[in-house]
Design a protein around this ligand. Structure first.
Ligand code: GDP
Length: 297
């Protein structure tokens, strides 16, 4: 599971303080050095590590804390609060349209878990809100991607709109949205093409779809297993498409977790959901405070 080694390292760093009767400034500095190393090893972006350790250090070295009865607990609390801030402070809900349908456009590199997530979130909404979503198959480059979406739709009993691979994606989206209006679907998910790497034709196509569909939400799916790359990918997609939220997948894997800790700070966009497995029920709303507690163990 993600964060195991980071959690161990942070606990060791902080437990050294617990053994001290009084906490001195140099003890805090030593702890901060170890926290900094632990975060860097977990693949957290350097800029994010710097900002985080600076804030924790400044708050921890305050005299009141050092003179208080239980400085260690207070310092752990500061680390927790600052980590929660890095992760975005509050959970951020899906943007919804005042009138149906709410249009959610999914973007991301191939293999990030985009199509799986369309299934996960539409299933989540169907269960929790009795929603009636429509899924639009907009990846016209990979017939397998269309089939995959159809299989997911069948499993969940959710309709999938597709026009094969020979039609322009914007036209597919136009027709799909018409069908959604006719059938009064309350959510529409547009699954778009991904590539192994970001390229201009892909971005241009995504921009055209965005322009036409005017989605309420553009969710970028990134693979947490790819570490720093996930952050770079998130930055480029965000620059080009001004995404509204991030979905972090594969947090169940053997990832060092750094992407989760860097993405919000680097892109300024909220992580809204996390994927925690291959099953269509393996999805959670992202809560920064819970994630911080999980990391600190
Ligand atoms: P897409 O190309 O972005 O649409 O990616 P897919 O949805 O096809 O997913 C690529 C692979 O990642 C598939 O084998 C999925 O089962 C797997 N996958 C997706 N989300 C998760 C997740 O949260 N955890 C794990 N372990 N695997 C996932």
């Amino acid at each position: 599971m993600a964060f195991e080694s980071l959690t161990d390292r942070l606990q060791v760093a902080m437990s050294k303080l617990k053994k001290k009767g009084t906490v001195k400034e140099e003890d805090v500095k030593e702890m901060m050095r170890e926290i900094r190393l632990a975060l860097l090893e977990a693949d957290v972006n350097l800029q994010v590590v710097r900002g985080f350790t600076k804030r924790v250090g400044e708050r921890s070295i305050g005299v009141e804390i050092l003179e208080s009865l239980n400085p260690t607990q207070q310092i752990v609390k500061i680390v927790d609060e600052e980590l929660t801030k890095v992760l975005g402070s509050e959970a951020v809900e899906l943007n919804k349209s005042p009138k149906i349908p709410t249009i959610v456009m999914m973007v991301g590199l191939q293999g990030a878990g985009k199509t799986t997530f369309v299934g996960k979130l539409s299933n989540f909404l169907k269960k929790n809100e009795k929603a009636r979503p429509l899924l639009i198959a907009g990846d016209v480059y990979r017939p397998a991607a269309i089939d995959q979406l159809k299989v997911i739709g069948q499993q969940l009993d959710i309709p999938v709109f597709d026009m094969g691979t020979d039609t322009d994606p914007v036209e597919i989206v136009r027709r799909g949205l018409e069908q959604a209006k006719e059938n009064k679907n309350d959510y529409v998910f547009i699954d778009t093409a991904g590539r192994l790497h970001i390229d201009e034709p892909l971005m241009d196509e995504l921009k055209r779809i965005k322009e036409f569909a005017q989605p309420n939400e553009i969710l970028l799916t990134v693979d947490a297993m790819t570490g720093q790359d996930a952050v770079t990918v998130a930055q480029s997609f965000n620059e080009q498409l001004d995404v509204t939220g991030v979905v972090l997948t594969k947090l169940d894997g053997d990832t060092r977790g750094g992407a989760a800790l860097s993405i919000r700070a680097i892109t300024g966009k909220p992580i809204k959901f996390i994927g925690t497995g291959e099953k269509l029920t393996d999805v959670e709303v992202f809560h920064p405070d819970r994630m911080s507690s999980r990391i600190l163990g």
